[in-house]
Design a protein around this ligand. Structure first.
Ligand SMILES: Cc1cc2nc3c(=O)[nH]c(=O)nc-3n(C[C@H](O)[C@H](O)[C@H](O)COP(=O)(O)O)c2cc1C
Length: 487
């Protein structure tokens, strides 16, 4: 049975700790009641456990005692762990996490054993302490944003995002985000239908509000408790600025000179005012790309760029890929199946190992995601880049047919289409074109990959450049023909 653990820590918000327990317990009841009688296949039953160090009761932020059912040590395996938010300290900040080192180590262990780890609001800091935010896209409440970045500089902290799931690490913004996290955990572990029932039952309605203002990055007027008030102010001003806004305007808005602005930014984040402004705008654009369907042109304006071209340039520089590729990559990454690259194994080294292995292949290796529009490539190894001459940002997010250029009338393509439609493996040789425009013969194998439930998750493509072989065969054929003509 699926096991979901709610972590009890001194200083947590009682509403979050108890609310999570109620939400999950009520949702479970509703989900089980919705299963038709006799249907035992795939009935997504789960168990909710509260746990603390030594199984001791904990004190919430208001001093009330909270009982827990188990000690951390008693839980060897579980499917999800949720860390509720903390009551803020007197200065508004999240508490020091060094006091929770044992809990952080326990979280790390469970993540490496395959559990989904969720943090709500300031509870996200414990995930940082556990090292789980390193290199991951994450979010927290807006007034903790600066502080989280400062305390865990290797976290890829998004501004204004409500919930982010990056490879089994779920982070959410706001003291009431335990609702979002609880429902997300149910959806991930028990499926979309169970998630819908849980949301319908606990919130009264699961559909997103129609016409809700979406896409604009959240820019509150007052930031409190930030690690660096100057930096936080500068960020807020840039986020609210328009495209004409420059370093001079920023200095003015902060009531300081350009020189002082330069010095203070260098000190606080090592950036010049221009770099700082561009980075904040790209950061806003990333959130917009992840959370809205706005066309890139409109989005560039919303993020504060003067035109689409300068947006694309800046975006590539900071995010390492084109905006459209980023959108597809972010969408693919948030799917539960993206866990394929961080499989239920010992640690996060797995994706690196996997990537290293795939990069050392003599074949091109690609993964196409059939759940996304037009089955784009979501992964390509180094060899594929070498064979085709394209950079990763020119590959990710596109359907592989771009390699065929205008050469679309090929016998192999008909067989390939049919095999993909029937979800069967296939081998074909195609005429493809490198970025330079030169022809190469691509011996392509496409294999559908299914999960344990038989659901198609990816198409695996293996590409091998057989140009020399085809040329040699053609030459032999020509030679034979010539010799026969002489004889
Ligand atoms: C995983 C995978 C890898 C593929 N790799 C290539 C490739 O390297 N070269 C190519 O020309 N087509 C490749 N294709 C095929 C195209 O993506 C596409 O399926 C094919 O052109 C037929 O569809 P279409 O008629 O919509 O273009 C690949 C397909 C998949 C699923």
């Amino acid at each position: 049975m699926i096991k979901i653990v709610i972590v009890g820590l001194d200083g947590c918000l009682g509403s979050a700790f108890l609310g999570l327990s109620d939400l999950l317990t009520l949702a479970r009841r509703a989900i089980l009641a919705a299963i038709p009688p006799g249907d035992t296949v795939g009935a997504p039953d789960f168990q909710v456990v509260t746990a603390s160090a030594g199984g001791r009761p904990v004190r919430d932020g208001a001093g009330g005692a909270l009982d827990v059912k188990a000690s951390f040590d008693e839980i060897a395996l579980c499917d999800a762990v949720i860390v509720p938010s903390f009551a803020p300290e007197a200065d508004g900040r999240a508490p020091e996490m060094s006091a929770f080192a044992a809990a952080a180590a326990w979280l790390r262990r469970h993540h490496s054993r395959g559990a989904l780890i969720g943090g709500c609001g300031s509870g996200v800091f414990l995930l940082g302490e556990a090292g789980l935010l390193e290199g991951r896209r994450c979010t927290t409440s807006w007034w903790h944003h600066e502080d989280l970045k400062k305390r865990y500089p290797r976290a890829d902290t998004a501004w204004g995002a409500r919930l982010i799931d990056d490879r089994r690490v779920v982070t959410a913004a706001g003291p009431l985000s335990w609702i979002d996290v609880g429902l997300h955990v149910i959806r991930t572990l028990c499926g979309q239908e169970a998630g819908r029932i849980a949301a319908d039952f606990t919130l009264g309605e699961a559909a997103p509000a129609r016409g809700a203002a979406r896409g604009a990055a959240y820019t509150p007027n007052v930031l409190s408790g930030g690690a660096d008030a100057f930096l936080a102010d500068a960020e807020r001003i840039v986020r609210q600025s328009d495209a004409a806004f420059n370093a001079q305007d920023l200095a003015k808005a902060l009531s300081t000179s350009e020189r002082t602005l330069h010095r203070r930014l260098k000190q606080a984040c090592g950036e010049s005012p221009k770099t700082f402004i561009d980075r904040i705008r790209v950061e806003t654009a990333r959130t917009l790309l992840e959370t809205s369907a706005k066309p890139v042109k409109k989005l560039a304006a919303s993020a504060g760029f003067i035109d689409e071209a300068s947006f694309r340039r800046a975006f590539r520089r900071y995010a390492g890929m084109a905006p459209s590729a980023y959108r597809i990559w972010a969408k693919a990454r948030s799917q539960p199946k993206a866990q394929m690259f961080s499989v239920r194994k010992e640690s996060e080294i797995i994706p690196e190992i996997l990537t290293t292995i795939l990069d050392s292949c003599v074949n091109g290796v690609t993964l196409a995601d059939p759940d996304l529009d037009d089955a784009p490539i979501v992964y390509a190894n180094k060899r594929f880049e070498l064979i085709t001459g394209y950079d990763p940002e020119e590959i990710i997010g596109r359907n592989c047919r771009f390699l065929q250029a205008e050469d679309r009338d090929q016998e192999g393509l008909r067989r390939l289409r049919e095999a993909i439609r029937n979800r069967q493996p296939v081998d074909v040789i195609l005429r493809n074109y490198r970025k330079s425009g030169t022809l190469f013969y691509n011996k392509l194998n496409v294999t559908p990959l299914f999960d344990a439930q038989g659901k198609l998750i990816y198409f695996l493509g293996v590409q091998y450049d057989v140009t020399d072989q085809i040329r040699a065969e053609t030459e032999i054929g020509d030679l034979k023909a010539k010799l026969q003509a002489i004889a």
